[in-house]
Design a protein around this ligand. Structure first.
Ligand SMILES: Nc1ncnc2c1ncn2[C@@H]1O[C@H](COP(=O)(O)OP(=O)(O)OP(=O)(O)O)[C@@H](O)[C@H]1O
Ligand SMILES: [Mg+2]
Length: 504
């Protein structure tokens, strides 16, 4: 049955309008408008000019003729003031008319149809001048507000966006092709934004408000979401979404984008296949998780792999994968399951490889222990700007985790565990590159010795500001994992790849 409120709305058992009631009459009763005027001629979609912009429409005006938009094409990201005014009038009338509780019981398709019917009626009663195309776009927009994530919907539907960043109701930024730009999208007010944040986090059984103002969540499509609201976020609810890419990038794509050279990709493939223990290091959004995901493609399908993540982002293609996810504390502050709990538990699950989405705390110790105790080929990412910094961050994570081991012992554990560190970076032109493939050689005194196998040299930039550079082998002919590659029958391929990398 319809989700419209009956006339003279009684909050509890008000029966819905009989289907036979003329829809316009129902809407009028609720919006308090006069009977519909004869429909104003609609401007064709490609109308060359529109009448001057109307003053802000008022619901109580007897027969306001409202102008929805400027003649120029309006994309969801760039709408005019007039559009927002009309939308807000129609939206308010809709909210008056509709019974949200009943609407919530309909399946999304019927709810959308229902809203479309009512909005079309309101538009006709209020005599809004709109082309069919504009009306369609307004209908979509309003349906998104009522049923989905409101103004975020058109952004979530785009696959070219990597991140959506909302800093309060009037500032929405996106990242496309490594570049951040501000969109014209905005929310009615911080209240609407807060409702949408609430809607997102409630789907994973959480709540966000003044008393618990920070929350991580996930959209149904897998996108990773962080919400932080006032009083911690000073300018209004702040929402950060890392969009889930349906088609994950593969190593071949990274080669195509110039993120790594073909020879470098071959070296990475061998590193993945011959079960080296790998750390992927990089800054925020530099492509660490993507790189980790591409490396997992070279894991043998017979291996049992266990992944531990804060929000499941990895998509392994192997048949034998167990995916684990951490859990934050509940509202009473209990029930937390940390990354360390997961990694420790992994060790009892007969893993052949352990993959940790992001190493950031004391779980570093357990991961290293796992790498040292027969779980070769384990991998993890961490935030650092160089491979050397990654190793010292690992050391401080262990120290700060409360393990009272002498620094030298910690370094010995690191050196014995980690074979290769791969550095990812987002360069100033927005492109993402693998800037170093570095192997850990050993300890000399108290110092960890590393050796680069491949580096990225920046050579300059073109007239469009794009950075030119090349990946270059450093001339190492026999990396430390040579024997390992030989054991897996990959030493010839490795020799060729190293040669090619050097002569690139
Ligand atoms: N080499 C690449 N070329 C182009 N786009 C890339 C590349 N690597 C990653 N991306 C895109 O960049 C975005 C961020 O990537 P990713 O999630 O892997 O970064 P991250 O370093 O793990 O970020 P965080 O620190 O937030 O976890 C994603 O949308 C991803 O598709
Ligand atoms: Mg990541």
């Amino acid at each position: 049955m319809f989700g419209k409120r009956s006339v003279g709305d009684v909050p509890t058992a008000a029966p819905a309008q009989p289907a036979a009631a003329p829809p316009a009459a129902r809407v009028q009763a609720a919006v308090g408008a006069k009977p519909p005027m004869p429909q104003a001629p609609r401007a064709p979609a490609s109308a060359p000019a529109a009448p001057p912009r109307a003053a802000a429409p008022s619901v109580s005006a007897p027969n306001p003729r409202m102008q929805a938009s400027e003649p120029a094409e309006q994309t969801p990201e760039f709408r005019s003031e007039a559009y927002y005014r009309v939308k807000s009038t129609i939206f308010n009338a809709l909210i008056e008319t509709i019974d949200l509780a009943q609407l919530a019981q309909l399946d999304p398709e019927s709810a959308r149809d229902e809203i479309r019917d009512i909005v079309a009626e309101i538009i006709s009663i209020k005599n809004v001048v709109m082309s069919i195309a504009e009306q369609e776009s307004l209908l979509d927009d309003i349906c998104n507000d009522v049923l989905g994530y409101g103004p975020l919907e058109p952004l979530l539907a785009r696959d070219d966006i990597a991140d959506v960043m909302v800093n309060g109701a009037n500032a929405v930024f996106i990242e496309v092709n490594g570049k951040i730009s501000k969109t014209g999208i905005r929310f009615r007010d911080n209240g609407q934004l807060m409702n949408i944040c609430q809607r997102i986090v409630s789907q994973v059984g959480r709540r966000v408000d003044e008393s618990s103002p920070i929350c991580d969540a996930r959209l149904p499509d897998g996108s990773r979401v962080n919400v932080i609201v006032p009083p911690l976020a000073i300018d209004g609810p702040t929402l950060t979404i890392r969009k889930f890419k349906k088609d994950k990038l593969k190593l071949a794509n990274l080669v195509e984008f110039g993120s790594i050279s073909p020879a470098g990709a071959k070296i990475l493939q061998i590193i993945g296949a011959c079960r080296c223990n790998v750390l992927i290091s990089g800054g925020t959004g530099s492509g660490k998780t993507t790189l980790l995901n591409t490396l997992t493609a070279f894991i043998d399908p017979t291996e049992r792999v266990i992944t531990c993540e804060d929000a499941a982002e990895l998509q392994l293609q192997q048949p034998h994968v167990v995916r684990l996810e951490t859990r934050p504390p509940n509202l009473e502050g209990s029930g937390q399951v940390t990354m360390r709990d997961l990694v420790k538990n992994c060790l009892r699950m007969r893993p052949e490889r352990i993959i940790v989405g992001e190493v950031r705390g004391s779980e570093a110790f357990d991961l290293l222990q796992a790498m040292n105790t027969g779980h070769d080929g384990s991998m993890g990412t961490l935030h650092a700007n160089t491979p050397r910094e990654a190793l010292s961050r690992l050391e401080s994570m262990i120290t700060m985790g409360g393990f009272s081991l002498p620094p030298k012992t910690i370094r010995e554990i690191i050196v014995a565990a980690v074979d290769v560190v791969i550095q990812a970076a987002r360069l100033r032109d927005g492109s993402r590159r693998i800037t170093q493939i570095t192997e850990v050689l050993g300890l000399e005194g108290d110092t960890i010795i590393t050796q680069d196998l491949l580096t990225y040299e920046i050579q300059g930039e073109d007239q469009n500001g794009r950075i030119n550079g090349r990946h270059r082998g450093t001339g190492v002919g026999r990396p430390r994992f040579w024997e390992r590659a030989r054991y897996f029958g990959l030493e010839k391929e490795l020799a060729i790849a190293l040669d090619e990398a050097e002569s690139a």
